[in-house]
Ligand binder design. Structure first.
Ligand code: SF4
Length: 444
């Protein structure tokens, strides 16, 4: 799998910063709109409130007991963007090869510019494996990503999440207790879940999206299941159908539905499992007849995209190429020209030889960065409102400066550790995914 090395251009061709766009909107110097003007406040403001904070996930319910970040010292909260930038650079230079900084595609520009690697969650966790010399891996993403990096890194390496409150609202929609309960109910309906039929297939194979907690990955590993990414979901479902009569897919219903539909599974054989209802809200007959049982989870960023936005993009930009992420609802994926992972989107734009208009259905930070990197194309977000992933947005540069300076001082803040009883089966589920087949390349 390829990893994107981040060049740091002395003068970026276009300001890709979503922060700057939001500040302009708040100051009244831009005609754009944002989904929440309090995005302009630092995350230390909304870290203290219940919920995920302003942005795409603000309406989602944050689970009880989610980690909270202690208050960041005033020196970081009150520092200017330029001062924080300088402090990050200085601390990183002092630490040298002792630290590696990973930046997710959806991360804000002020943080990503300091990353040694930029990519999706699995690319970044894999990148960390290539730096066994680094004592600390600073993961500028969200909680489940740091857990995955801990699973794949060496035992002596410390994986650090700069803001502990940077969770993922989708990953939090499937907790381990709900999944265990679902499994028990399925056993009551489908019988012994370990019993193989004449074809050697068990009643159900659990498949979890990478965007899930380590506990869920461990559950999947213990029950003969597998992990998937948005790049390889079809390959993984083929693997699962070879071993089971049906699949339990979580937490993202949209990725599961879009992938299975493309493989020819009828919608009526994809009942939903709502963990707050008996039998997930389905009948025993529907579960018996199912091929894919879809967990009632979604990404609030990708749920914002609509067919109306695609129609508008086509009306205003004749010939536009519409590419959306498979976490978008089915009708949006069906209406788009193409659907693919963040890496697919990046590669598709990179491969375009003629100036092209691209309307992209994924997180705004990635879209603006692509627009800055490929000025020969017209690249814009389908969503007309500036609305970043609110949980990723919690990694303000103030937190990055803080964790790096703590490392310089010999302390290791915000370490994310997965216990061995969870890590061992979770690694098995990840290894099954790697053995299934490499991710599907662009155009395949
Ligand atoms: S974009 Fe969606 S899936 Fe990704 S971290 Fe944000 S909430 Fe989670």
């Amino acid at each position: 799998m390829s990893i994107t090395f981040v060049p740091t251009p002395a003068v970026p061709p276009v300001d890709a910063s979503v922060d700057h766009a939001i500040q302009d909107i708040v100051a009244g110097t831009s005609t754009d709109a944002t989904c929440a003007t309090d995005l302009a406040a630092g995350p230390w403001d909304f870290d203290t409130r219940p919920g995920y904070g302003p942005g795409s996930s603000m309406g989602d319910v944050i689970p009880t007991g989610s980690p909270r970040q202690g208050e960041l010292p005033a020196a970081y909260r009150e520092a200017s963007e330029e001062e924080l930038d300088e402090r990050v650079r200085a601390a990183k230079a002092t630490l040298g090869d002792r630290v590696v900084i990973l930046g997710h595609f959806y991360q804000r520009e002020e943080v990503v510019r300091h990353a040694d690697y930029v990519g999706d969650s699995f690319q970044l966790a894999t990148a960390a494996k290539g730096r066994p010399d680094a004592e600390a891996i600073v993961f500028c993403g969200v909680h489940f990503m740091a857990e995955t990096a801990d699973l794949l890194s060496g035992p002596e390496q410390a994986v650090i999440l700069p803001n502990l409150a940077a969770g993922c609202s989708m990953a939090d929609m499937a907790d381990i207790d709900q999944v265990e309960d679902c499994w028990e109910q399925l056993a009551e309906v489908l019988g012994d879940l370990d019993a193989e039929d004449a074809d050697g297939r068990v009643p159900v194979i659990p498949v979890t999206y990478m965007n899930s907690s380590a506990a869920i990955k461990g559950f999947v590993g213990r029950h003969g299941g597998i992990v998937c990414t948005s790049s390889n979901a079809q390959t993984v479902l083929e693997w699962a159908f070879a071993r089971g009569r049906r699949v339990l897919f979580f937490p993202d219903q949209h990725l599961g539905r879009n992938t299975a539909k493309a493989m020819g599974v009828p919608l009526e054989q994809m009942p939903m499992w709502n963990p707050r209802r008996p039998l997930g809200g389905s009948t025993a007959e529907e579960l018996h007849d199912s091929r894919v049982i879809l967990w009632h989870g979604f990404c609030s960023v990708h749920r914002r995209f609509t067919v109306g936005q695609i129609d508008q993009a086509r009306a205003e930009h004749p010939g536009v190429r519409v590419i959306v992420h498979p976490e978008c609802p089915m009708e949006v994926v069906d209406a788009a020209d193409e659907a693919g992972s963040t890496d697919y989107i990046r590669r598709a734009i990179d491969a375009a030889t003629e100036p092209t208009a691209f309307a992209i259905g994924t997180e705004i930070n990635l879209v603006r960065r692509l627009a800055a990197q490929y000025p020969q194309h017209e690249i814009f977000c389908l969503d007309p409102v500036v609305c970043p992933c609110s949980t990723m947005y919690r990694i303000h540069p103030g937190y990055l400066a803080w964790v790096l300076e703590e490392l310089v001082a010999g302390r290791t803040p915000n370490r994310i550790t997965v216990s061995a009883d969870v890590a061992d089966p979770a690694r098995i589920a990840l290894e099954r995914m790697l053995a299934a087949k490499p991710p599907v390349p662009v155009g395949a």
